[in-house]
Ligand binder design. Structure first.
Ligand code: SF4
Length: 261
């Protein structure tokens, strides 16, 4: 039987650290080897691919980058290419005008300030156009082996659900995780949370009944063990709800289904 922990001490630094240790151990066992999913052959390609991955899936970025790097293999090529050409090449990653402008400006800054090379420090990276802490930490971790906590939407959501942070601001979340995860694991821990967020602790309907962290997770919105509801996104595509799922007097398909659960 589990020991009863007084409520007040459940948010103490020592308790949170112990929970983080458990999370790390479980996720390490589940995802022993982790690597960024963005295809790249150099720090430069990783930098460009990571900028493109904002608001876009890694899979889609991987579809776009082979042709992009065939036509524009280095910073000089991006810097001299017409903006409209870069836009056309990255269009399918979304927000393409903004991204194309940032890519061009970033490559110009690489040429002007770094001899065309990708810098190896966070301070220098975040000064490049289109590069925030998230992108900088991805590049540092995967291209140069410099550990960094990467706070994307999965990392932010799961860290809050697991009570590893109470913050929403990525910078504060990053600081909280840096304090409870050993430095050498920063990059790998971030990636493990991302994989876990895609597979299990999803945004809309986390798979709590099958979650290996269920016994230590304090998230109040946990999916109940007997939940057999289809995910909301699966319902959205349906044209017509089966008559049996509608509540008396009508109602939305989503509302009706919730009731029957
Ligand atoms: S129990 Fe649910 S909310 Fe908690 S970590 Fe697991 S999937 Fe996420």
């Amino acid at each position: 039987m589990q020991a009863v922990v007084p409520l007040r001490s459940r948010s103490s630094p020592a308790f949170v650290r112990r929970r983080a240790d458990r999370v790390r151990a479980v996720l390490r066992a589940r995802y022993p080897e982790v690597r960024p999913q963005l295809l790249h052959r150099s720090p430069f390609e990783l930098l460009i691919a990571t900028i493109l991955s904002a608001q876009c899936t890694d899979r889609q970025v991987n579809r776009v980058t082979p042709a992009l790097f065939r036509e524009l293999p280095g910073p000089r090529d991006f810097a001299s290419a017409p903006l409209s050409r870069i836009e056309a090449l990255v269009r399918s990653t979304g927000f393409y005008r903004n991204k194309a402008r940032n890519l061009k400006a970033c490559c110009r800054a690489l040429l002007a300030g770094h001899g065309g090379e990708v810098p190896r420090t966070l301070e220098e990276l975040v000064r490049l156009p289109g590069v925030g802490r998230k992108t900088a930490n991805v590049v540092l971790g995967a291209a140069f082996g410099v550990p960094g906590i990467v706070v994307d939407t999965h990392v932010a959501r799961i860290s809050r659900r697991l009570g590893l942070t109470v913050h929403r601001d990525p910078r504060r979340i990053e600081q909280d995780l840096m304090a409870i995860v050993p430095r050498r694991e920063w990059s790998a821990f971030s990636l493990r949370l991302v994989f876990f967020g895609r597979e299990t602790c999803t945004a809309r309907r986390p798979r709590c009944p099958e979650c290996p962290l269920g016994s230590i997770c304090p998230y109040v919105g946990k999916t109940p063990a007997d939940s057999a509801l289809p995910a909301p996104q699966a319902l959205r595509g349906r044209r017509k709800a089966p008559a049996t799922t509608l509540p008396r007097g009508g109602g939305s398909v989503r509302g009706a289904t919730r009731r029957t659960g």
